[in-house]
Ligand binder design. Sequence first.
Ligand code: PEP
Length: 250
Amino acid sequence: TPGIRPLIAGNWKMNGLKASVRELGQMIDGYDPELRGRVELMVCPPATLLSTFAVVALGSRIAIGAQDCHARPSGAHTGDISAEMIADTGATAVIVGHSERRQDHGETDEAVRAKAEAARRAGLVAVICVGETEAERRADKTLDRIGDQLDGSVPDGSLAAGLVIAYEPVWAIGTGLTPTPADVAEVHAFIRERLSTRFPGEGCRMRILYGGSVKPANAADLLAVRHVDGALVGGASLKAADFLAIAEAL
Ligand code: PEP
């Protein structure tokens, strides 16, 4: 989209140990000035590596993000991590409402919205994920579902600088399947319209990423689609060479 700086974000999910810092180092080395001029990079490691990655990435212009946060700033919530704690590590973003969180942890749109509000309170960029299931696509309910998720998950008063939407069809995540460019175009245009209507002056500048089985081989086709302002990458973000190759495809 004209006027929007593209973003390639890597979601490492429950992968990565201390030794993975080397992979981040290779990403930093490969993120040369030419690439930096064209695209922003973000890496979202598991919470255990957040502090280390934030320190290692300092000065590299690669942003570090978390994969989830609790809605409250602190308190009796064993095992949870607040947006303020994430910000305290030096990370600058957090993914909320990933389909694996929605599925495995029963997160509702309302819960995701509260987490996105927490991100904003802590000064983090919220990467809010939406996407239809295979059954919803077959039943021709894709746009209804995405519309409901946007209305329910995106906080009022959201600003382009603090919000990224990731469109991730659930059936495309980790499956090797991807929608056609025409299908991606339809959903992204719908999301752009919805955001622009609800957030005048801001919605037209919010980044809309595509996610779901993005790989070096298909990145150029997917990233060329109108209103695709980058990608959220799972499996292919674990290896520096693949992650950088996806960024180069822009
Ligand atoms: C994701 O889970 O955010 C994702 C896009 O995964 P993958 O690229 O592995 O399909």
